[in-house]
Structure formats: structure tokens, C-alpha cells
Ligand binder design. Structure first.
Ligand code: ATP
Ligand code: MG
Length: 392
């Protein structure tokens, strides 16, 4: 039987949390492999077994599983029945030797793990016996320190699995175990990375984008769609709300002192996003702010923007610099999309000297000149919803 054996980090997973984590991970693996005809994904105490149909290639499985948050590592393995009282190492060794015929290597080692202590042999004894048989069967040498190839054996209660490769997963926690958050996504470099990091901590992301429409083209929206499609690989279904924000901005520009514009835009954005977040059962808002990066991200301005929110504002990039964020964006594949030219709504009517130390009472005074709740309602009335799925 050909399978993927999936491992996750168990540290700090206790009681009910552990069950919840495992159930989620099993379900997420089912989702991501659904279109490949994979039907059996089973939880076998501290490992997950995915039974692979013949037609699915190793490559396809690797591509999918390396993107499932919560997976520490996995191997593509073959399984044989195991009798704990009378383990048949001869048949196992023969099967391993057969599977090594197509591999080129001079040295190897065997790494064995037993999950069930009722097995009459220790892991060391199994590794030694199978190692000796491989030496005899292939003429290759053992090297414990620096082998060309490692044979991994996993001895479970009813089966033993053998594999020659361990593939790193992304780590983190299964999407869904940490609730839902609303991510403000701009089409720039930072906000997709911020969303990614929250998803990796187990959050399901809802996406909210403010477009400069009707005053600018849909370019930023197209980018955001591409970014959401990319991020959906990690959570299988996504919702994106787009709010045409140009007219609201025009109102702000006509009525507020220029230095306050950006903070005012942001406070209205937060209020609109928060309404959508509440409707969708999100517990927090996520932004790609990084301390001091631009005028809206000074300590004073972040504080004044925060004041407009009732839900917590999560800023996973707050302590990262642009180089670190860019590296991450490249790793996750969002960078190339983010740098396509567009016109973000925040660049509309940007004043030459934005206030960097906005005081809350000044902003509140300015906001009293507007009907803020009418602006929020205007945004919510025009919101457009799109849905994304993966696999497509
Ligand atoms: P990025 O746009 O990638 O976040 P940035 O340096 O351009 O980086 P800002 O424009 O200052 O950052 O925006 C800070 C944060 O505010 C963004 O990370 C995003 O979460 C939110 N934001 C800004 N503009 C928009 C927008 N048009 N739609 C939704 N969210 C936005
Ligand atoms: Mg931006």
C-alpha cells in the first residue's frame, strides 16, 4: 500500500486541543487532495496516514502537502502488515531492497521508530537487522554520520512503513484552529505576507480590499484577486470583499485638512472592515503595518487608527523591516504579483506633508465635521463579494 505518512509538532498539544488540531489537519489534508482522487486520510495516533491511489504522482502530493499548515514533515511510504508479536523483518527487508534498486547511492543508514511499545523488538534492533540485510542484498555500506540515503521505517500497531525521503512541511497550525480574522489587503508587498502569517498560526482569513474606483482603474483589484487566489492554496476557500472607496476619499479630501487625510482614510477603512468582520464572525483585523515604514505607521498614527476599532488589530509584521518582509513575500510567491504596477487608493490625493504625530482629539474634531456612520454605510452598501477555491 502506497501512502503519505504525515507528522506534526505535538509540543504543547494537550487533551481536547490535540483532538481538535488533528481533526482539522485531517480535514485540511482531505480538502487539498480531493481532486487527486485521494479518499482515505486517517488519524493513527500522532501520525496521519494518507492512502495514495496509483494514478497520483509523488510530485503532485509533495506540491500539495508542503503547503498544508500544521504539517512538520511527511514521507511517501509503502506499507506492509506487521505482527507485533512476530515481526517479519525478512519480508520487510526484501521489500526495502526492491525499492532501492532504482536509487543510486553508496552509503545508507536505517532510521527506525516504533509507535507501539508492544513490539517485541526495539527500534535499534529493527534498524540493525534491516541494515544488515540491505548491506547483504545491495553490497552498499552503512554510514551513520553522513549517508547518501536514509531508509525510514515506521513501525505502527498493525503496519510497518518504509520510505527513503522525509519532506519538510511548512509547520504552523492547521487553518481553522485559531478562528477567523479579517485581513486588510492592499495589493502591496506587506499585506499578503501579514495574512500568510496569521493563516500559518491557524487563522482562517477573510480578505477586505479598498479600491480607488471609480477614480482609478481596477488594476489594484486584479492584483488583489491574484494574491487571494495564491493565498487560498493554504485555506481552500476564501472570500474577498472589495469596497469602491474613491468617492469616500473625495469627500474626505473636500472637507478635511490635508495632513489628516491618510489617518482619516484608515479610520474609515477600519470601521468598514470591522462591520464585515463582525458579520463573518471574525475575532480580529489584520494589517501589514510595520513600525515607522510610512507616515501612517508612526506610533502616534497607529494609536489613533487603532482607536477607531473595537476588535483587536493584529499586525504580524510590526517588528519586521522591508528586507525581511520582501524575503518572505518571495518565499510565498506573492512578491512578483505585488510589484506589478497599479494605483492603490491610498496614493490618491496623498498630501505632500502628512501628519506623522496625529493627536486623537484633533482627528475627533475633524471627524465631527463628517457624518462618519453615513460614510461607513456608503462603503458597506457598495461592497462586492467574490469567492475563491483551491483546488480550482
Ligand atoms: P502594503 O500595501 O503591502 O501593506 P504599504 O507599505 O503600502 O504595504 P500602507 O499603504 O501604509 O502599507 O498600508 C498599511 C496597511 O493598511 C496595509 O498593510 C494593509 O493592511 C492596509 N491597507 C492599506 N491600503 C489598503 C487598501 N487599499 N485596502 C485594504 N487594506 C489596505
Ligand atoms: Mg499599501
Amino acid at each position: 500500500m502506497r501512502c503519505a505518512i504525515v507528522h506534526y509538532h505535538e509540543l504543547a498539544l494537550k487533551g481536547r486541543n490535540r483532538e481538535y488540531f488533528e481533526e482539522r489537519l485531517v480535514r485540511n489534508i482531505q480538502w487539498t487532495l480531493k481532486d487527486l482522487g485521494v479518499r482515505r486520510v486517517e488519524n493513527l495516533r500522532s501520525r496521519i496516514r494518507v492512502v495514495l491511489p496509483d494514478q497520483v504522482t509523488d510530485q503532485a502530493i509533495k506540491e500539495r502537502l508542503t503547503r498544508v499548515f500544521g504539517i512538520a514533515n511527511f514521507s511517501l511510504a509503502h506499507g506492509l502488515p506487521l505482527d507485533l508479536a512476530k515481526p517479519d523483518l525478512e519480508t520487510l527487508s526484501k521489500a526495502v531492497i526492491d525499492s532501492l534498486r532504482s536509487e543510486s547511492f553508496s552509503t545508507f543508514r536505517v532510521s527506525a521508530k516504533r509507535a507501539d511499545k508492544r513490539l517485541t523488538l526495539t527500534s535499534m534492533e529493527v534498524a540493525r537487522d534491516v541494515g544488515a540485510a540491505i548491506c547483504e542484498g545491495t553490497g552498499k555500506k552503512v554510514s551513520l554520520k553522513n549517508p547518501d540515503l536514509t531508509v525510514y521505517l515506521e513501525l505502527l500497531s498493525k503496519e510497518v512503513y518504509y520510505a527513503i525521503e522525509k519532506i519538510q512541511g511548512p509547520g504552523g497550525m492547521p487553518v481553522g484552529v485559531s478562528g477567523k480574522v479579517a485581513c486588510l489587503i492592499s495589493g502591496g508587498i506587506d499585506s499578503p505576507v501579514a495574512a500568510y502569517r496569521m493563516m500559518k498560526r491557524g487563522c482562517r482569513a477573510l480578505f477586505v480590499h479598498f479600491s480607488g474606483r471609480p477614480l482609478v482603474s481596477r488594476a489594484s483589484e486584479e492584483k488583489v484577486r491574484e494574491l487571494v487566489q495564491l493565498l487560498t492554496i493554504h485555506q481552500y476557500r476564501s472570500k474577498l470583499y472589495v469596497i469602491p472607496f474613491g468617492e469616500i476619499q473625495r469627500d474626505i479630501v473636500a472637507n478635511a485638512p490635508a495632513p489628516f487625510r491618510v489617518v482619516l482614510y484608515r479610520r474609515i477603512m477600519i470601521r468598514i472592515a470591522q462591520e464585515l468582520a463582525k458579520r463573518e464572525g471574525c475575532w480580529g483585523l489584520v494589517t501589514g503595518d510595520s513600525l515607522g515604514q510610512v507616515a501612517s505607521q508612526t506610533p502616534e498614527n497607529l494609536t489613533v487608527i487603532e482607536e477607531a476599532a473595537e476588535l483587536p488589530i493584529l499586525r504580524p509584521l510590526i517588528g519586521m523591516d522591508k528586507v525581511e518582509i520582501t524575503d518572505q513575500a518571495e518565499q510565498i510567491g506573492s512578491f512578483a504579483i505585488s510589484i506589478e504596477p497599479d494605483q492603490d487608493c491610498c496614493s490618491l490625493f496623498t498630501p505632500p506633508h502628512p501628519s506623522t504625530r496625529t493627536r486623537l482629539d484633533d482627528i475627533q474634531k475633524v471627524e465631527r465635521m463628517f457624518d462618519v456612520s453615513a460614510l461607513v454605510k456608503q462603503g458597506l452598501d457598495k461592497v462586492e463579494l467574490s469567492e475563491f477555491t483551491f483546488p480550482g
